[in-house]
Write a protein that binds this ligand. Structure first.
Ligand SMILES: NC(=O)c1ccc[n+]([C@@H]2O[C@H](COP(=O)([O-])OP(=O)(O)OC[C@H]3O[C@@H](n4cnc5c(N)ncnc54)[C@H](O)[C@@H]3O)[C@@H](O)[C@H]2O)c1
Length: 391
C-alpha cells in the first residue's frame, strides 16, 4: 500500500512565538514536514531553517503561494500580515493556520471568511485555549453542571421549598489574567490596540464558547494597555467578567477561569488544575501535566506549581542565575494537530474564521467602550455572520 504523504508546512514569521512554540511543535509532530521557514528578515528565516531542520529559507511569502510542494501555511507574524497572505493562499488551495488576533478590520475579516467558504479551503485561528486539555475538560464539566440534577446539598441550606429566582438560572463566569508587563516585548507597549485587543481575543473566544447565549452589552474600564476589567452581559442575563492585570508576577499561575451555575462551583487554574464542588459523581480536584520540557517540577497541579517555584527560589539562592519558566499546556500543539486532522478529512476545524470573526469584532467594541468610558451595545452584526454562498 502506498504510504500517505506527510503534510508539508511553511512557517511565515520566525519571531518569538514561532521559535518557542510552533517550530518545536512541528519538529516533534511526525505527521508534518517543515518545508520552509520564511521571514521578512532573511537572517531569522535562515537561522530557524537551520535550527529546526527546514528544507529552505525564504524572505518573501509570495513565493510560497503557488509552490505545489507546500500543503499548509502557518502564519506567525503580527496583524500587519493577514488577509494579504491568507486570501491568495486559500485561492491557491492552501489551508492556513493563522495566529491571533485575526484583524481589527471588518472588511478584511469578511474577505477571509468569504474566501474560505467559497474556495472550500479552511483557515484555523490560533485561539488555542479551545484545545487545552484542561479547558476541554472544564467545558465538559460546565456543560454538565448547567443541567445537573440534584447538586450536593450545602452544609447550610435554607432553600426549603423556595422557588428559584431567575438569577439562579444564570452562568456567572470570571476570567482572571494575572500578567507581568516586565515580560512583554516592546511592541506590546506601542500597539495601538493594546492587550485589550491583542490578548483578550483568546478570552473573549472562551467566553463565547462557554456561554450558551449571545452577548448584548459590554463595558470596559481601565487602560487598554494592561490594567482593565471588562464586563460582558449575555441575552439570557449571564455575566462574564474579565479581569486583566499587568502588575502581577510572571511566575505566578497566570490564568484562572471560575464558573458558577446551578449551585455548582467550578474553577480551572492555569491549565493545570480543575476544582469543582456540587457534582457528586465527578472528581473534586483533577490535575494536568506541565509541558514536556518541565519535568523538573516534581508534582502536578497548583500545589506542584507553587512547590516547584519554592524549590527554584532555594536553587537560585544557592547557585545564582534565573528562575526557570514553568510552562503549562495551553493547547498549541493539539490545536494545530486538530487542524491537520481536519485538513485530512477527519474531525472539525477547532477554530474556523467564521467563529473567530465575532471575537475580533467584540474585542474592537471593548476598545470603543474603554475610550468612551461607557457601556456599548453588542448587536447581531457583531456576533453573527450572514450565510455566504459558495459561488
Ligand atoms: N497563541 C498564543 O498563545 C500567542 C502567544 C504569543 C504571540 N501570539 C501571536 O503571534 C504573533 C507573533 O508574535 P511574536 O511574539 O512571535 O512576534 P515577533 O515580533 O517576535 O515575531 C514576528 C515575526 O514576523 C516577521 N514578519 C513581519 N512581517 C513579515 C512579513 N511580511 N513576512 C514575513 N515575516 C514577517 C518579523 O520579522 C518577526 O520575526 C502575534 O500576532 C501575536 O499576537 C500568539
Amino acid at each position: 500500500m502506498e504510504k500517505r504523504r506527510n503534510l508539508r508546512a511553511a512557517v511565515v514569521g520566525c519571531g518569538a512565538l514561532a521559535r518557542s512554540v510552533h517550530l518545536p511543535n512541528l519538529k516533534e509532530n511526525p505527521r508534518v514536514e517543515l518545508a520552509v521557514t520564511c521571514d521578512i528578515d532573511f537572517e531569522k528565516a535562515r537561522e530557524c531553517c537551520e535550527l529546526y531542520g527546514a528544507e529552505r529559507a525564504e524572505s518573501d511569502w509570495r513565493r510560497l503561494i503557488d509552490d505545489p510542494d507546500i500543503d499548509l501555511i502557518i502564519l506567525v507574524t503580527h496583524t500587519e500580515l493577514r488577509g494579504e497572505l491568507i486570501v491568495p493562499a486559500l485561492r491557491a488551495g492552501k489551508p492556513v493556520y493563522t495566529e491571533k488576533p485575526l484583524t481589527t478590520d471588518r472588511e478584511e475579516l469578511l474577505e477571509i471568511v468569504r474566501t474560505s467558504t467559497q474556495e472550500g479551503v479552511p483557515v484555523c485561528v490560533g485561539h488555542n485555549r479551545r484545545s487545552s486539555p484542561a479547558m476541554i475538560e472544564f467545558k465538559r464539566l460546565l456543560d454538565r453542571a448547567k443541567t445537573y440534577k440534584n447538586p450536593v446539598r450545602p452544609s447550610v441550606d435554607r432553600h426549603y421549598s423556595r422557588a428559584k429566582l431567575p438569577e439562579e438560572e444564570r452562568l456567572q463566569l470570571l476570567i482572571r489574567i494575572d500578567d507581568d508587563a516586565r515580560s512583554w516585548k516592546e511592541w506590546g507597549f506601542w500597539s495601538p490596540e493594546g492587550t485589550m485587543f491583542n490578548e483578550m481575543v483568546h478570552f473573549i473566544d472562551i467566553a463565547l464558547w462557554l456561554n450558551d447565549s449571545y452577548p448584548v452589552r459590554l463595558f470596559a474600564e481601565g487602560s487598554p494597555r494592561g490594567n482593565f476589567v471588562l464586563v460582558m452581559r449575555f441575552a439570557d442575563g449571564s455575566l462574564t467578567t474579565f479581569h486583566h492585570s499587568m502588575v502581577g508576577h510572571f511566575d505566578y499561575p497566570k490564568e484562572l477561569f471560575e464558573a458558577t451555575v446551578n449551585n455548582i462551583s467550578l474553577a480551572m487554574d492555569h491549565h493545570i488544575e480543575i476544582r469543582q464542588f456540587g457534582m457528586e459523581d465527578e472528581e473534586i480536584v483533577k490535575v494536568f501535566p506541565f509541558n514536556r520540557d518541565c519535568d523538573w517540577a516534581e508534582k502536578e497541579g497548583m500545589s506542584g506549581y507553587m512547590q516547584a517555584m519554592e524549590n527554584e527560589l532555594q536553587r537560585i539562592k544557592k547557585e545564582g542565575g534565573n528562575l526557570r519558566f514553568l510552562r503549562v499546556n495551553k493547547g498549541h500543539y493539539m490545536h494545530l494537530d486538530r487542524f491537520m486532522d481536519h485538513i485530512e478529512g477527519n474531525g472539525e476545524n477547532p477554530c474556523d474564521a467564521q467563529s473567530a470573526a465575532p471575537v475580533n469584532r467584540i474585542a474592537v467594541r471593548a476598545l470603543q467602550s474603554a475610550r468612551l468610558g461607557m457601556p456599548v451595545q453588542i448587536g447581531c452584526e457583531d456576533w453573527h455572520i450572514p450565510q455566504i454562498s459558495d459561488d
